[in-house]
Design a protein around this ligand. Structure first.
Ligand code: PA5
Length: 358
């Protein structure tokens, strides 16, 4: 899946399973390892009461952080099929275009995220149809009060590690609303693809056979700068947030062709040699985007600290997107271990929430 200049200083701690157990006291590795099962179980989660809706003119997934990522994945994997827009809304309230005829799905793993609760309230006020995907909390209570369909998620996960639970029920909701979603065969292919990757990327697989470990070692103490193409730009953003939350490190994300019109100039900065470029490549990318990747590589490689290309797997969009997201999850996990930080805990994020609690 990957190629490029990758330094591989093999050996501990990434192949030392005892050290990994010590560095990962909440066993995030088990949650990541179970991701294919989580996706399968997510397919079986349905809203109660069921969604009964005439075709919406607009779908908004409202949430933050790891929960909002489900909206990005939905919008990207359905962009070639849907004739209505699917937007991810991150923030308080909702844009003015939401009104009767729109479907707003508030997604919040904890159910306590004030922005998602605010968006749900705004949707009710605007006369939009509503649904919620959540483990419980204020959002579940609010949705129940309004008789809105609620998908109840399994407990015990970190939101960013619950993408399978958060995303797959969205497909069912859209389907119930009369919208085309991902065909069964493509869903099955996506599940097979991540199941194969679960074996290949887990801690038991040594560095030389484990792409995520190799990538983490290639990044080392450099800042990862992750670029996707038109389809995978949102995946690059997901890599950035996973590195930030799991490894507690800065990361940069961008997409081609847009970065050709701005960020490319930043590679003239003196700190370029402290950055690790990672290109997220996809067999479905536009041929002109492929040419742009080649041009950017030729310009960036001589000045970057390192450059690696990774390729999506599978045929269907969902498999291709999920394979890259899953690789990013594991890479950020190993980056956390290399830094000696607990990939699970997010103390500053929680402190911000605590200080803002109403
Ligand atoms: O992954 C995380 O922990 C965060 O990005 C959360 O998803 C974010 O803070 C929002 O919380 P929730 O997903 O519970 O609404």
């Amino acid at each position: 899946m990957s190629e490029g200049r990758v330094r591989v200083p093999a050996g501990p701690p990434l192949d030392d399973l005892d050290a990994i157990e010590r560095l990962d006291p909440h066993a995030a590795r088990e949650v990541l390892r179970r991701f294919p099962d989580q996706c399968r179980e997510g397919l079986g989660l349905h809203p109660s009461p069921p969604v009964r809706l005439a075709l919406p003119r607009l779908v908004v997934v409202a949430g933050m952080g790891g929960s909002a990522a489900s909206g990005d994945l939905l919008a990207t994997c359905l962009a070639d099929r849907l004739s209505v827009p699917v937007l991810t809304h991150r923030g308080y309230g909702l844009p003015a275009l939401v009104g009767p005829g729109a479907l707003v799905i508030a997604a919040s793993y904890s159910g306590e995220t004030v922005e998602a609760v605010s968006a749900f309230e705004a949707a009710v006020k605007a006369g939009a149809a509503t649904a919620a995907v959540t483990r419980g909390g204020r959002l579940a209570a609010l949705a129940a009060r309004h008789g809105a369909p609620v998908v109840t998620l399994p407990p015990g996960l970190m939101p960013r590690m619950a993408l399978g639970s958060l995303f797959f029920p969205l497909l069912g909701i859209l389907e119930s609303a009369g919208l085309p979603t991902v065909p069964e065969a493509e869903v099955a292919e996506a599940l097979e693809t991540v199941a194969a990757l679960a074996d290949e990327l887990a801690p038991a697989r040594p560095v030389e056979q484990n792409e995520a470990k190799r990538l983490a070692l290639a990044v080392g103490d450099r800042v990862p700068v992750v670029y996707g193409g038109e389809l995978t730009g949102s995946v690059a953003y997901r890599w950035k947030t996973d590195v930030e939350e799991n490894a507690k490190r800065f990361a940069v994300a961008g997409a081609l062709p847009e970065m050709n019109h701005n960020e490319i100039e930043a590679w003239r900065a003196p700190e370029a040699d402290r950055l690790q470029a990672i290109f997220l490549r996809d067999r479905g990318e536009h041929p002109d985007v492929a040419r742009r990747f080649a041009v950017v590589r030729a310009l960036v490689e001589p000045v970057a600290g390192g450059l690696a290309e990774v390729w999506s797997r599978g045929e269907g969009r969902l498999a291709r997107l999920l394979s890259l997201i899953y690789l990013g999850q594991w890479t950020s996990y190993y980056l956390a271990l290399l830094r000696g930080v607990d990939p699970w805990a997010v103390p500053l994020l929680e402190e911000v929430k605590r200080r803002l609690r109403p």
